[in-house]
Design a protein around this ligand. Sequence first.
Ligand code: IPD
Length: 270
Amino acid sequence: MNDELLELAVALARTAGAATVAMRLEAIGTTTTKSSDTDPVTEADRHAEQLITEGILAVRPTDSIVGEEGAGVEGTSGVEWYVDPIDGTANYVYGIPFYAVSIAAEVDGNIVVGVVYNPESDELFTATRGGGAYRNGVPLSVTTNVPLGKALVGTGFGYKPEDRAVDGAVVAELLPRIRDLRRLGSAALDLCAVAMGRFDAYFETGLHVWDYAAGWLIVEEAGGHCQTVDGGQPSPQMMIAAHAPLAKDLANALKLAQETASVESRVGTD
Ligand code: IPD
């Protein structure tokens, strides 16, 4: 069954990706904002999500779907899809060729298929539970034995100004303790960057499940580990991804940085 779900996810990611590129090149559609004044959404996001939703339901009419742009289908089959039609919408709007279609399938509570497709670079990242992770068919592995001080770490920031103030304070604490930091603008592709060793690690707070569901499986199938600061399963509160020992060290450093950042912000408001 995983292979069938994978085949469907790949086909829909390619279709949706081609549609988003075409709409960008033809400058079709308008940009509005969602959760804050800086959180963009375009007609291409909505159109791509519709293509994916209709494509799933055409073949699997009893599946459930949760999509970033509002798709909410409650099915009965036990299969649930998480869809982000354009992860990295700000990059998309500015013409930065680093965004992706992200599609994951969960069966009875376990993510079993993850597909992340960057239609600009034609990079297709895929994973099935127990079947490994691949970039355009080539197997992926995370970096290993990298100490925190030598780690290239990716991150991202949500759209709410009050959260960004905390994110900034945490980054200020962490930066002297790592090799360097990157903010590329697509959580799904950031996770794939960990899976293929372009990053040693990644972390972000405030993601949504559609941002990270596919990338999470791709990291794990590439030999990596995803967790929160306390070692639990990744959640919208925190996603840390790396080879397990580095994920643990990064989690400890982030915990300390969060504590210091919140003490300093309390002192600052006295
Ligand atoms: C965003 C991107 C970004 C991350 C934000 C996400 P969107 O997704 O993944 O890198 O920092 O937290 O919301 O809104 O472009 O689908």
